[in-house]
Design a protein around this ligand. Structure first.
Ligand code: NAG
Ligand code: NAG
Ligand code: NAG
Ligand code: NAG
Ligand code: NAG
Ligand code: NAG
Ligand code: NAG
Ligand code: NAG
Ligand code: CU
Length: 565
């Protein structure tokens, strides 16, 4: 009893301080999805949250744990939750994407979601996976090494989650329905947030600015999550470097930089050495936006690194260096410098490729339905596609249809090669090329296939970077480059020794990226661009990985309490 009271007291005491390692792991969580009132940027609105918190609660576990989350929908709309980067071996049933692996949890409904951690270690995150609810329904997942096991770096003194988000003064649901209806671009957000706060440089925000208190001489582990909807971000700390030691729940070779770049969906573990004069320093984030049409205003979002001790308070801490908003080189110089930490910490790159897939990632347009003026380019309706297929969500989930052999929900035979070859990164195209096909097509893989997948960005309608995310797997990022992928020359430059093992990778604007993974997780797994406007326009597809031989390679039946359509 005493221990329980102390634990509850410590949890309350520590819910804002974020300090202490291995502080609290739980095997069960209650997540109540409900509205709560928040004031930001001088205006107040109701937002959808988990347990009233923005960002939502942290899930903590040890490597290899299984955790249950009881999700209660006390909101007014359908919702699903996804555990981003958790591979969920043989358990797509509670992975979360709406109409891919489950039907939504309706208002008043409940769903017990099992999260099976396996090899993941480091920082991951969870988020809503229906329409744009994830704007405010998200939080960090921390996976500690098993008890008695060490980090592959000196143990930090404390850890600090840094969760980036985007804030609209408008109702996010309205922002969503508006752009999917009018066919144009979504309204831009009013600010980027760090742990829910826009920071000192934004109106009515100074009192809430997130602060990290540090002791000089100590080392801190920043657990960084980019939960923003549509923005790749640069992040840096005045007068301090960051040493990246993990990404997407896998350790990396330490990489010391004065800034990082992080795409929506990605997570980064970085060490911060508090080795400067005791003072206050700004931590700042700003968007990298390579397409002029979606450029944000330049005001950085800030938090404060605050040394403990006696020093005269500084009126305005210095801002750190941040690359320019259109600095593609700076973004890909960082992304391209990440290296894995193979052997002991994660599997090595599969060399024996059995299934080679090439895909184009394109922004497209559909003609506007008659009588509905559209706000896309030249009065069209924006769309997006992979291999010229703009994905259409079915009305019951693909996993159920696959498991119970229900016809008419999806079609096999998603093209594994671009249907039409052209200069993908040219300046101009005949306008017929830009209209894609609609479909619910999936790629079927045999159990154990070694997949090599090339993502080729195109300049159709407008080239832009695409952070591609795969559910149920990690993948090795073996190469990337600008321009058209060259099947003869580019594979010679692949890194098959120590590429990073990620679950989300930014494919460069008008460039390509190659990943590899071994299909040893049977089930139905979504792959999509993690820019929310692109997924809304159809930039997604699904892998169905067939069963292997033994029961340990076979998809088990669903839990009896799956939400119904
Ligand atoms: C940051 O790293 C660079 C390159 O490794 C080094 O030259 C510089 O001194 C470091 N700065 C700090 C504040 O540690
Ligand atoms: C970035 O934008 C600036 C001014 O807006 C321009 O001068 C510069 O050429 C741009 N750089 C790239 C790589 O597009
Ligand atoms: C490579 O894969 C093929 C079938 O895909 C298999 O027959 C062969 O044994 C594999 N080779 C190695 C070295 O794993
Ligand atoms: C594709 O178009 C770009 C832009 O015009 C050009 O720089 C490039 O050389 C072209 N590539 C090929 C393979 O023709
Ligand atoms: C996509 O498919 C449509 C319909 O068949 C076709 O008109 C268009 O040219 C295709 N575009 C590309 C890039 O393959
Ligand atoms: C819009 O129309 C103009 C003029 O016909 C054309 O040059 C341009 O390529 C079109 N843009 C798109 C995205 O369709
Ligand atoms: C399943 O069990 C068989 C036989 O014990 C083993 O060879 C195989 O590696 C196992 N597969 C997985 C995915 O654990
Ligand atoms: C909520 O989900 C149910 C079950 O799939 C569906 O029938 C209903 O149309 C959904 N409601 C909305 C507003 O999308
Ligand atoms: Cu995209």
């Amino acid at each position: 009893m005493w221990a329980l009271k102390t634990a509850i007291f410590l949890q309350i005491l520590c819910s804002f301080c974020f300090l202490g390692l291995h502080s609290k792991t739980q095997k069960q969580y209650n997540f109540v999805v409900k509205e709560a009132q928040y004031t930001r940027l001088c205006s107040t609105k109701r937002i959808l949250t988990v347990n009233g918190k923005f960002p939502g609660p942290v899930i903590s576990a040890y490597q290899g744990d299984t955790v249950y989350v009881n999700v209660y929908n006390r909101g007014t709309h359908n919702i699903t939750l996804h555990w981003h980067g958790v591979k969920q071996p043989r358990n797509p049933w509670t992975d979360g994407p709406e109409y891919i692996t489950q039907c939504p949890i309706k208002p008043g409904g409940k769903f017990i979601q099992k999260i099976i951690f396996s090899t993941e270690e480091g920082t991951l995150w969870w988020h809503a996976h229906s329409d744009w609810s994830r704007a405010t329904v998200h939080g960090a997942i921390i996976v500690y090494p098993k008890k008695n096991r060490a980090y592959p770096f000196p143990k930090p003194h404390a850890e600090v989650p840094i969760v980036f988000g985007e804030w609209w003064k408008n109702d996010v649901r309205k922002v969503y329905t508006e752009f999917v209806t009018n066919g144009g671009l979504p309204r831009k957000p009013d600010a980027i947030t760090i742990n829910g706060q826009p920071g000192d440089l934004h109106p009515c925000s100074k009192s809430g600015t997130f602060k990290v208190n540090v002791d000089r001489g100590k080392t801190y582990l920043l657990r960084i999550v980019n939960a923003a909807m549509n923005l790749i971000l640069f992040f840096s700390i005045s007068k301090h470097n960051l040493t990246v030691v993990g990404a997407d729940g896998s350790y990396t070779k330490p990489l010391t930089r004065d800034y990082i770049a992080i795409s929506p969906g990605q997570t980064i573990d970085a060490l911060l050495y508090a080795n400067q004069e005791p003072n206050q320093y700004y931590m700042a984030a700003r968007a990298y936006s390579s397409a002029p049409a979606i450029r944000l205003d330049n005001t950085p979002t800030t938090a404060i690194l605050q040394y403990n001790g006696n020093y005269p308070p500084i009126s305005s801490p210095p801002l750190p260096y941040l690359p320019y908003y259109n600095d593609t080189q700076a973004a890909f110089n960082f992304f391209g410098s990440l290296r894995g930490l193979p052997s002991k910490y994660h599997e090595t790159v599969p060399l024996n490729v059995s299934t080679h897939i090439e895909t184009t990632l394109s922004i497209n347009t559909f003609p506007c339905p008659k009588g509905h003026p559209c706000k896309g380019p030249n009065g069209t309706h924006f769309a997006a596609s992979i291999n010229n297929i703009s994905f259409v969500l079915p009305s019951i989930d693909i996993l159920k249809a696959y498991y119970y052999h229900i016809n008419g929900v999806y079609i096999k035979g998603f093209p594994t090669f671009p249907p039409f070859l052209f200069n993908f990164t040219a300046e101009y195209f005949p306008s017929e090329l830009q209209i894609p096909k609609k479909g619910t097509k999936v790629i079927v893989l045999n159990y154990g296939s070694v997949v090599e997948l090339v993502f080729q960005g195109t300049n159709l309608v407008g080239g832009i970077d695409h952070p591609m995310h795969l559910h149920g797997y990690n993948f090795h990022v073996v190469g990337h480059g600008f321009g058209n992928f060259d099947k003869d020359k580019d594979p010679m430059k692949y890194n098959l020794i120590n590429p990073p093992l990620l679950n989300t990778v930014a494919v460069p604007k008008n460039g390509w990226t190659t990943i590899r993974f071994k299909a040893t997780n049977p089930g139905v797994w979504l792959m999509h661009c993690h820019l929310e406007r692109h997924i809304a326009w159809g930039m997604e597809t699904v892998f169905i990985v067939k069963n292997g031989r033994g029961s340990n390679e076979t998809l088990p039946p669903p839990p009896p309490y799956m939400p119904r359509c």
